[in-house]
Design a protein around this ligand. Structure first.
Ligand code: SF4
Length: 215
């Protein structure tokens, strides 16, 4: 790639020039099953590179931002680079490369695919931001439900809310929801803005998972 740097007016065109040379070698060797991966660590460059490659080559494209970092930093950078492309219908395979737990990579991929409308079998999870009305420790139960949803492939929206009164209203579009009740280890289940009853934690989660299963 280095020998092509600065050969054209854009970084994207330099990369495609280098790619042309590589593809010529593949052609000589009669390689036909080709997937192109043209990663960059800059979200803006990534968009230009992949848009041009999409127009120019007949091969499937593997998307991803490289060296994006970890946690929020890596996820935001990756999303900024990849989401516009997914939204344009560009990209055939995807990796969100994070210096983080691999589970977070997969969750980020699934979320982006759902938000870009490229997959309709990824659950949507709503979690309230918490405020002075919060009645439960929201993070552990949210994480528990999220881990369950990792294995669900359905277009279903689940809400986890800190309090019952505002929570049900704020999450009225959710298919199913769970909210703090004010009594320790007792949770309110609801569906589409309607309460279903109060249950102790294990029973509440069991019922929630069963409703998701039957959805
Ligand atoms: S659902 Fe309740 S706890 Fe959560 S942000 Fe809204 S009012 Fe606050």
């Amino acid at each position: 790639m280095n020998k092509y740097r600065g050969k054209t007016n854009s970084k994207a065109d330099d990369i495609l020039l280098a790619l042309d040379e590589t593809l010529a070698i593949f052609k000589e060797e009669n390689y036909e099953k080709i997937v192109l991966s043209l990663k960059s660590s800059n979200p803006a460059d990534l968009k230009e590179i992949y848009e041009k490659a999409y127009q120019k080559y007949p091969y499937p494209l593997h998307l991803g931002l490289t060296e994006s970092g970890f946690g929020t930093l890596g996820t935001i950078k990756s999303a900024l680079g990849v989401f516009p492309l997914l939204n344009e219908g560009i990209g055939d395979t995807l990796r969100i490369s994070l210096a983080d737990d691999r589970v977070e990579e997969i969750r980020s991929c699934k979320t982006l695919l759902r938000l870009a409308g490229r997959r309709n079998d990824i659950p949507n999870m709503i979690v309230c931001p918490t405020c002075g009305r919060t009645l439960i420790d929201l993070k552990p139960i949210s994480r528990e439900i999220l881990a369950h949803l990792d294995h669900v492939f359905k277009d279903v929206t689940i809400a986890v809310m800190g309090c019952p009164v505002n929570g049900i209203g704020e999450a009225k579009d959710a298919d199913f929801g769970i909210a703090g009740s004010g009594t320790k280890d007792v949770y309110l289940l609801f569906t589409k803005g309607q309460p279903l009853g109060l249950f102790e934690k294990e029973e509440a989660l069991g019922k929630l998972y069963q409703m998701i299963e039957e959805f």
